[in-house]
Structure formats: C-alpha cells, structure tokens
Design a protein around this ligand. Sequence first.
Ligand code: DUC
Ligand code: ZN
Ligand code: ZN
Length: 473
Amino acid sequence: MTDSTATLIRNGRVITASDDYVADVLLQGGIVHTIGQAIDVGPDVRVVDATGLYVLPGGVDTHVHLENVIGPTITADTFASGTKAAAFGGTTTIVDFALQTERDSPLGAIARAQRSAESQVNVDYSLHVIVTRVDEQVLKDVRYAMHHEGVSSFKMFMAYPGVMMADDASIFRMLRQVGADGGMVALHAENGTVIDLLIKEALEAGHTAPRYHALTRPSLMEGEATHRGIRLAELANAPIYFVHVSSNDALKHIVSARAEGIPVFAETCPHYLLFDDSVYDNEDFETAKYVMTPPLRKPDDQKHLWRALRYDDLQVIATDHCPFCMKADHFGLRSSKLRGTKSFAEIPNGAPGIETRLVSLFDIGVVQGKLSLNRFVELTATTPAKLFGLFPKKGTIAVGSDADVVLFNPAVSQTIHAKHLHGNCDHTLLEGRSLQGRVEKVFLRGNLIVDGPDWHGRAGMGRFVPRGQVQAF
Ligand code: DUC
Ligand code: ZN
Ligand code: ZN
C-alpha cells in the first residue's frame, strides 16, 4: 500500500468531543473525505473492519520534551524515538519546546529545533518557544514568530532562578503582547527563589536523597506562583495557560479566576492522577524515577484534579514527557538520573509518558467512570488543538480534517513493560501495570503508521504544522 492509498474504516464507533455514532469513515488525500453509512468504494481502496473498535481523533500532546537540552542535561528521546513512541500510543501531533538561549533569539531557537526535527519526526509537530529573556528585539521576534512562523505559544518559567526563570515584569510584557496578538503564554508556576532556598537548606542539613526533591517544592509555592501569574494575565488582559498543574493549592486559584471570567486555562498530566506522594516515603535512589517538577502530591489533590477535569477547570491532559534514564545508556550521564546520586538537586527533572497517555487515561478515567468517552477525547485531542491553534485540522474527526485517526480496542487489556515501549527511556512509571484498552491502528494524514505491533511509519514523514491563534472562547 502506498502513502496515497485511500482507506475506508468500516463500521467503527466514531467518538469526538461531542459525538458518538457508528459510521464508515473514508480517508483520502490525507484528510477525512467522507463520513457516512455503508459507503461504497472500489477495489483500490483499503478497507479496514473496525467493528467493535473506537475511531478516535489522533491524540494531540501539547507538552513533550524531545532532544531538549536543559542545562547540562538532554532528554533521552530524540525526535525520532519520541515521535515513534507517541505514534504507538495513539498520538499523532506533538508540541515540543524550542529553548531561547542567551546567545540567540526565539527565531534562532525555532530554526534550530526544526533543523533537528525535520529528518526525524514520525508524527506531525509544532513548537512552543521557551522565552527566558525579554527585550525589544525579543518581543519583535516573538511577534514575527506568531505571524510568519506559525508559532503562537511561548513558555515562561517562574522557577529555576539563574537558569530559565523570568521576572514578573518580563512575563507581564510577554502576556500583554502575545495576548493582543491572539497567542498564548504557558507558565511554569512555582516560586523559584523560595524553592531554591529550601533546596539549599536541605542540602546543608545533609538531606541528599531523591525524596527531598518533593519536600523542597511545596504545593503552596505552586499556588503562590499560580495566583501571581493569574493577576499578571488579568492586568495584561490576556489568556494564560498553566502547564503541569499538580495541586489543589494551584487549582483553587484557577477555579476562582475562571469563575471571575478571567481566561485562565490549564493542563494536568497522567502521573499526577496515577501516583501520589507516598512514593517518596523512603531514602532509595530508585525514587529518582518520581523526580519530576512539580512533584507528586497528596491523594486529596488527585480528588480535586479529577473534579476539575470533569467540570472543565482543567481543559487538557498532556504528558510533560521528559525522559531521563535510570542507567546511563542513552547519551551517557547527560540523560541519566544517575547525575543525582550524591544530591537530589542534580537529578534531572522529568518522567516518560508519551506512549502510555491514552491507554492509562482510558483505564483510570473512562473505565473507572471518572470521564466520559467524549470528555476523554476532548481532554487529549480536541481542546489542546483548540487552545494551541491546531483545530480543526487536528483534534477531531470531521470532513476536511487531517486523517489522523486511531482505532482503539476498549475490550482488551495489556500489561505495560518498558521493554515493549518504543522510546529510549529505560523505564516506565507504569511497569507491570495492567491497563484496559489498546491502540490497534494509527493513521497519520491517511497513512497507516501503526498496525498492531508493526511499524509502517518513516522518520521524516511528520510535518511541521504552522499554528494559528488560540481558539479559547
Ligand atoms: N517543567 C517542565 O515542564 N518539564 C520538565 C521540568 C520542568 O520543570
Ligand atoms: Zn515546567
Ligand atoms: Zn515540561
């Protein structure tokens, strides 16, 4: 079958954010061509029987770190390995990060990431620019990126002083301009200077084990920064998006701001729903697996995250896939948690998750009755596509949309093992866990790239997707 082969997906249950019906879906010319009943096709069309399967829009994961250089570290997945893993997990569009360094501008960061991604990506992709420094020239470049490069979102950090942290005035200037231009500022909300003090004090007291990562990043400091970010956005009259919301201390500010009518949007990540801070109750180095930022929180926080997911105070579930190995096999110590055997502060922050997002959320969300099927699709594909200017090309199944389609079997279960996953990371937080549901087939713009265990994709077949304005209202 060639790339241009049309495919008829016969008799599947089509699930979008708003609909749920059994139909035939014809993928042709890279787009969803026709949706109907008993569609008649010629012999040159590949027919796939989807009876008993869900026909879902390809997942949209708007928070992943592939080949990201963060200080002296680099994430363990390349654009090639990470996007292959994404595809096997049912995600057909990712948004990665391009880091503005001291030396270059946001435009240089975009060009650099694109150069590296171009020949490697297996699914479609875009980039958020991490803006670390704001001046007149940077603001000009940000405007240019929005209008001419198809990059309409910018991440800023309230944490990591001296590395990536931006001050409040810089964040405010970005919010004001990007908001006026129809884009989005995404914020990492933690009070960086207080956290750095707590880290220094912990190390001085001889507390070096991974668990102190969590103990030095209290949820109150996530809440404080979230509140500050909201007030900056309110003053700037701009929408704002909070990445990786983990705690009710942060969420409660988001809930009340939304009730006041302030355009505040936020994501959480599967790990905050799957695990709680009891994993830190030991001094073992194995616990470094759970060193991600923000850290895992209390069961009570999870209860609030689920409530917010149901009632739309959280709109997106993205992975924050930020893989670092427990050993030093990929890129050596640069991408290994082993950097931090002597000090938790040196453990690279992050966990893998790009391949397990849909199946884990299907199991703990849909199967366990916490999310409807429509809401599951909305959180993992449709709303991220809308908030980041990709909709309706991405994020839904509709005539004219890209033919990014996942056939999902809700009736089978699988046990997750790192050795069966497709990324470079040597572990998964879900090792040995049995989950209901399985991705059976994945189409990227009509091309069958995943067929059960078989890979038909090709590095470089993913495309950069220029994005438009935020569709939040
Ligand atoms: N923030 C992220 O979004 N990802 C990895 C680490 C971090 O601090
Ligand atoms: Zn962050
Ligand atoms: Zn991240």
